[in-house]
Ligand binder design. Structure first.
Ligand code: NDP
Length: 306
């Protein structure tokens, strides 16, 4: 056991002497010390317990689990009566082969971030797309239905975002990625899901000249996680009316968001996406209404100082 005594970093060895008598939830990752999910979920559960006292015995824990022990971890957490599990790096894809069944909406994403207990094992969900769609609506006033979306990246987060854009009926999807082979692999996965929606791949160094003026740019690359990393696209080469969403929330200001501010474009970072994927997960586990504002405040308070 390590870290904050109220929210320690646990390992599977801590399950050997597990004595918690309430309803446990957990996030698994490797590393996991940086995760904002435990303070976010525990703040929401405390607020929910004011009107629904049964939630006062629920608690959300963090476990550091290396990828080669994920199968063991999921089996042991199920045996220890955990009600729900969140998964973060590097477990989201691995988990697909370890659950009893998968929510049909999550199947095309090929990655799970939320597991709900069933008697037969875990049922897998992916709430990141819901988090993105809700964040775009709340932070930028952009609804994905009918939107022109410029998505940057071709990794796991980009795949989830692209599936959500298609499922919600976006008007068109442009996807830009640094490495062409990874872009082509993503385009091949998306082709059968697109129906009449046009999808075009591009090199971010050469943005398409024909973007609609009201497009929304969504950064799903990790460019910007490290301080002073350059933006993954030159916003000044895009139309003047676009809005910009960066999935990165730590640091809260990336080069892309600084450029957006300098150009007077509407913009937001990824904190609201994190919050709303968490809201949806807690709704799935509890079946109750979840206070998003409480989760947002707890997440902001738990962020390291800029
Ligand atoms: P992956 O490692 O799966 O994918 C990384 C992507 O970023 C690839 O497309 C890669 O391109 C691209 N990339 C990496 N470095 C650079 C760079 N310097 N310049 C341009 N492109 C680059 O990561 P994920 O998809 O899991 O995560 C992507 C981002 O989304 C992360 O920053 C993560 O923190 C964030 N995220 C935020 C969430 C939220 O709730 N707000 C939820 C999930 C993710 P290439 O193919 O060329 O290597």
């Amino acid at each position: 056991m390590a870290g904050n005594p109220d929210d320690p970093v646990l390992t599977l060895e801590d399950l050997a002497s597990w004595s918690f008598r309430g309803t446990p939830l957990a996030v698994l990752g490797h590393p996991i010390a940086h995760s904002l999910s435990p303070p976010m979920h525990n703040a929401a559960l405390a607020a929910m317990a004011v009107t629904r006292p049964e939630f006062s015995s629920w608690k959300y824990f963090r476990f550091d689990v290396p990828p080669d022990r994920l199968a063991e971890a999921l089996g042991r957490l199920h045996a220890a009566d955990f009600q729900g599990v969140n998964l973060t790096v590097p477990h989201k894809v691995l988990a697909c082969g370890l659950v009893a069944d998968v929510d049909p909406a999550a199947a095309p994403i090929g990655a799970l971030n939320t597991l709900r207990r069933t008697p037969a094992g875990w049922r897998g969900f992916n709430t990141d797309g819901h988090g993105l769609a809700t964040a775009l609506q709340h932070e930028l006033g952009v609804g994905l239905r009918g939107a022109s979306v410029v998505l940057l990246g071709a990794g796991g987060a980009a795949r989830g975002a692209a599936v959500e854009c298609l499922a919600r009926g976006c008007a068109a999807l442009w996807i830009g990625n640094r490495t062409r082979s990874n872009l082509d692999a993503l385009l091949a996965v998306l082709a059968p899901l697109a129906g009449p929606i046009p999808i075009r791949g591009f090199d971010p160094a050469r943005p398409p000249p024909d973007l609609p003026a009201d497009a929304v740019v969504v950064n799903a690359t990790s460019a910007g996680l490290k301080p002073d990393e350059p933006a993954p696209i030159a916003l000044r080469r895009l139309p003047a009316g676009i809005s910009v969403f960066d999935m990165i929330y730590n640091p809260p200001q990336t080069a892309l968001l600084r450029d957006a501010a300098a150009l007077g474009l509407r913009h937001a970072n990824g904190l609201a996406m994190l919050v709303h994927q968490g809201v949806r997960a807690l709704e799935l586990w509890t079946g109750a209404t979840v206070p998003a504002d409480v989760m947002a405040r707890a997440a902001r308070a738990a962020l390291p100082p800029a």
